[in-house]
Write a protein that binds this ligand. Structure first.
Ligand code: FAD
Ligand code: DHB
Length: 389
């Protein structure tokens, strides 16, 4: 087979890139290791920046987002029984949109299928060849048969555990990593949200987050130990603990119910540099991971797609390689700012195992500063709604 861009990974980055390219008449083939149902069953991000919404519009996939997404003009931050609001509208003029990654991915699959763009599921043994030449190709196995795709470019959109990043020789890449000493236990439940706006809560028992997907679907998280086993967390145990980590007036209003999904995610900051090797471009979680606090993972994947899509478009439309040559530097410049924000917000909101009384008072002092200082609120709001591309 031959295509212009071989895309490894059928998560949100790969699908969004494929759909944007398709609209410009640039062919791609998407290779996905899992089934579509498997990809759609993963419950992940829930908060979208306007930049991602704009890309979905450009890809022709934003109708349901506009019809069903919830515009949030601010967020609540709690510490103990204290709570204050960061007003995104006041400080930036921009809201965020609450709309699940599952729905984004579903809309992208639907658009891809409608456009007749190829996606190969259940691929195994994906290998990238000749990425440092002008004639790269990809091989993979499906149903026991080995296939080959010749292409102009390869987009490595295969997440943190994919093959793309590891294809770049170790002596040509530099990796930066911080692993946090806790995880997030998340549940999805068909109950009305405790608050219309998200609540990020710092408590002596650890962090909690009240998020939502719609009027009858909640996404709630609590900080847990990385060693916790999901089987040891009954729904009742989750609700008991979650309640204790909300301000008392919110806890009193909480509606509980059976979980329809429950999972534990570790927290990590990770960046690899550069995000390009020859004709291979890394995109999204393949190149970087943020801790989830502040909802930057999917949104940062989207900004990579923006730079890569525009670079490839420029190449095919004008013959100029300027955009693709600048890809890694442009993407990384924004990635590092999202890394900083996610690291800062995680550090502010979680209880660390070795945290001293002094460290805890520093968190409270910083929260009180944020509560009272408009400049600090503006900086937080600008980062939360998403820095410009
Ligand atoms: P992925 O979604 O990981 O997709 C990669 C795809 O590649 C997968 O489908 C995988 O099966 C496939 N693949 C892997 N290896 C291969 C291979 N060898 N061959 C072919 N295919 C392969 N982000 C936010 O912005 N906001 C949030 O609120 C948020 N909450 C999160 C909550 C949780 C619990 C988790 C785990 C993450 C959260 N994130 C959030 C992060 C966000 O989900 C990711 O940043 C996002 O999924 C990245 O998209 P991606 O397409 O780059 O990678
Ligand atoms: C969600 C996840 C986050 O990490 C976050 O900061 C906000 C919302 C969510 O899954 O809804």
């Amino acid at each position: 087979m031959r295509t212009q861009v071989a895309i490894i990974g059928g998560g949100p980055s790969g699908l969004l890139l494929a759909q944007l390219l398709q609209r410009r008449g640039i062919d791609s083939i998407v290779l996905e290791r899992k089934t579509k149902d498997y990809v759609l069953a993963r419950i992940r991000a829930g908060v979208l920046e306007q930049g991602l919404a704009g890309l979905l519009e450009e890809a022709g996939c934003a109708d349901r987002l506009h019809a069903e997404g919830f515009s949030h003009d601010g967020t609540l931050i709690a510490y103990g029984d204290e709570m204050f609001r960061i007003d995104f509208k006041e400080h930036t003029g921009t809201p965020v949109i609450v709309y699940g990654q599952t729905e984004v991915t579903r809309d992208l699959y639907e658009a891809r299928e409608k456009a007749g763009g190829p996606i190969v599921f259940n691929v195994e043994d994906v290998v990238i060849h000749g990425a440092d030449t002008n004639t790269p190709h990809v091989t993979y196995t499906v149903d026991g048969t080995t296939q080959r795709i010749d292409c102009d470019f390869i987009a490595g959109c295969d997440g943190f555990h994919g093959v793309s990043r590891k294809t770049i020789p170790a002596d040509l890449r530099r990796e930066y990593e911080k692993v946090y000493p806790f995880g997030w236990l998340g549940i999805l439940s068909e109950t009305p949200p405790v608050s219309h706006e998200l609540i990020y809560s710092n408590t002596p028992r650890g962090f909690a987050l009240a998020s939502m997907r719609n009027e009858n679907l909640c996404r709630y998280y609590i900080q847990c130990s990385v060693d916790d086993n999901i089987k040891d967390w009954s729904d009742d145990a989750f609700w008991d603990e979650f309640k204790k980590r909300l301000p008392a007036d919110m806890a009193a209003k909480l509606v509980t119910g059976p979980s329809i999904e429950k999972s534990i995610a570790p927290l990590r900051s990770f960046v690899t540099e550069p995000m390009r090797w020859g004709r291979l471009f890394l995109c999204g979680d393949a190149a970087h991971i943020v801790p989830p606090t502040g909802a930057k993972g999917l949104n940062t994947a989207a900004s990579d797609v923006h730079y890569l899509y525009n670079g490839l478009r420029e190449f095919y439309e004008t013959g100029s390689a300027d955009g693709i040559d600048a890809y890694s530097a442009n993407a990384l410049s924004r990635v590092w700012k999202a890394e900083r924000f996610s690291w800062w917000f995680s550090s502010l909101m979680h209880r660390y195992p070795d945290q001293s009384d002094f460290d805890q008072r520093m968190q409270i002092a910083e929260l009180e500063f944020l509560r009272s200082n408009k400049a600090a609120q503006k900086a937080m709001a600008e980062n939360y709604v998403g820095l410009p591309y």
